[in-house]
Design a protein around this ligand. Sequence first.
Ligand code: OGA
Ligand code: NI
Length: 311
Amino acid sequence: VIPRCNTIPVVDLSKALAHDRIVIVQQILKASQEFGFFQVVNHGVPENLVTDTMNVFKEFFELPAEDKAGIYSEDLKRPCRLYTSSSNYDHENVHLWRDNLRHPCHPLEDCIKIWPQKPTRYREIVATYSIEAKKLGLRILELLSEGLGLGSGFFGDKLSESLLLSVNHYPPCPDPSLTLGVSRHCDPNLLTILHQGDVYGLQVFKDGEWIGVEPLHNAFVVNIGHQLQIISNNKLKSAEHRAVTNSRVARTTVAFFINPSDDCVIEPDKSLIDTDESPAYKPFQFKEFLLNYSSLMGNPEKCLEPFELHA
Ligand code: OGA
Ligand code: NI
C-alpha cells in the first residue's frame, strides 16, 4: 500500500495557446526535471474520440479467444501482436497480470493493414486516435524544446519518426499482492503519452518511494523516455514507474510511444552540455539501445550503462 497523491504536476495546455505560454513551458520543464512525469488537461484531443478509442480496446480484449488467436504471438519481431503475462513463468521474479496488444502507427497507410480487423471500428478509430496522439506529443516536444532553449522543430523528423501503440489490459486479479501489472521500468523511447482510463494502478518512483498517479478524468499522463534524458545530458529525468493490479475491476491503458527511427544517432545535444560538464553519454544508434534494453528486460539500473561516459 502506497500513498496515492496528487503531487504529479497537472498542466493546463489550453494556456499554452495564450499569453501564458512561457508559464506553461516552465511548468512542463520543471515537471520533466523533477518528476519525469506530468499530466495534461485541456489537451485538445476530443473527449469522445478518447472514449471511443478506450471502448474499442476494451471490446478487443473481450473478444472470444478465437478472434484474437490470429494475432497472438510471443515472437518479439512480429510488428503487430497480442501476448499475455510472460512466457517464463517458472523462472521470473515477478509474475505479470497483463495482456498487451502493440503495433506501429507510422506510416499509417502501410501499418493500418496489419492492425486487428475486429472490432470492426478498430482501424478507423485507432487511426484517428494515433493522429491526435502524435499531434499532442509533438506539441509537448515543441514546448519542451522551447524550455530547453533548442530550436523550433528540434524533435521533429527522425527523433520522433517511429510511433508505437501499446495497449495494456489488466484483468481483476484475485490477489494483487502476488503480481504486478508491469514491473518497474523506464520507457526506452523519447516520450510517452499515456491514457490510463479511470482506474488507478500507475506508480512513479521519486526520492526513494513509490507515489500513485491519480487518474484524472480526460487527462493524459506524459513521461520522459530514456532518449530525452540522454539528449538533455540528464537535465530531464526518465522516471521509473510500474503498474499494480487490483481485485475489483479490469484496467485498460493505452501508451503511445514516440521513438526515434532505428538508425537515428542519439547523443547529448552540445547546447545542453554546460561549460562545467562533459557529455554523460557517447553517441549510438537508437536500434543499439533497443537491443540492449530488451536483452536486459528493461532493467532501469543497467540499461544506460553501455552508453555512459565517465568524466
Ligand atoms: C507502459 C506503462 C503503465 C500503465 O506501458 O510502458 O508504463 O499504467 N504503462 O499501464
Ligand atoms: Ni512505461
